[in-house]
Design a protein around this ligand. Structure first.
Ligand SMILES: NC(=O)c1ccc[n+]([C@@H]2O[C@H](COP(=O)([O-])OP(=O)(O)OC[C@H]3O[C@@H](n4cnc5c(N)ncnc54)[C@H](O)[C@@H]3O)[C@@H](O)[C@H]2O)c1
Length: 185
């Protein structure tokens, strides 16, 4: 049943690649106006599909949806506040906040580093990862909910929905598993 998100205003963080890109495209196809947000506009380019070179927001629009890109580092409170403001300026409200942006130790340092046992992990790696994976989710919840509580409820009776993308990585405590498991569930 397409159109389930008709005219809903959605922000997706980490929208340029991976799950964030897929979520943005799916939301756009369901009728949402999507604010595609990331630290980089271009995809990380791991996808092999023919549209891989297109920016996520351009692809949403090409497929008949509404979207625009807003640069935002989710670890920066000022930038997340501005992201919400931009969504409101363009579309009037925020119905859905998807806190998707996340990084892994191997993303930051290379796969070998991600497979390192915890006793070899530098504190700086932990700090950089937590800045995005934990603080970024907090900031997304903080600024989106601050906007949502001011809004009139939508047709569903809700003022807004917040979706936090978490990760479960059981196993031996490698750098990646330990820091990803620190993401809010
Ligand atoms: N891939 C998996 O197997 C998997 C499984 C479970 C959960 N997750 C979670 O899903 C989310 C997305 O994972 P993915 O595999 O699609 O990752 P990905 O690396 O493909 O995409 C992440 C996107 O986030 C962006 N990003 C990085 N730092 C940012 C920041 N500070 N501010 C804004 N954007 C930033 C990147 O530029 C990138 O476009 C992550 O939170 C991850 O923990 C992934």
């Amino acid at each position: 049943m397409p159109g389930r998100l008709k005219d809903k205003i959605a922000i997706v963080t980490g929208a340029s690649s991976g799950l964030g890109r897929a979520i943005s495209l799916a939301f756009g196809a369901e009728g949402a106006c999507v604010v595609c947000s990331d630290i980089r506009e271009e995809s990380k380019g791991e996808s092999q599909d023919e549209d891989a070179q297109l920016y996520t927001h351009d692809l949403v629009v090409q497929r008949g949806g509404k979207a625009f890109f807003q640069k935002c580092d989710t670890g920066s409170s000022d930038e997340v506040e501005r992201l919400v403001e931009c969504a409101v300026k363009e579309y009037g409200r925020v119905d859905i906040m998807v806190n998707n942006a996340g990084i892994t130790a191997e993303g930051a340092l290379g796969r070998e580093a991600g497979d390192q046992p915890i006793w070899n992990v530098a504190e700086d790696t932990w700090d950089r990862t937590m800045r995005v994976n934990a603080k970024g989710v907090f900031l997304g919840c903080k600024w989106a909910s601050r906007q949502m509580v001011k809004q009139e409820p939508g047709p569903s009776g809700d003022r807004g929905w917040i979706i936090n993308i978490a990760v479960r990585t059981p196993g031996t405590p490698t750098a990646t598993r330990t820091m990803e498991s620190g993401k809010p569930h």
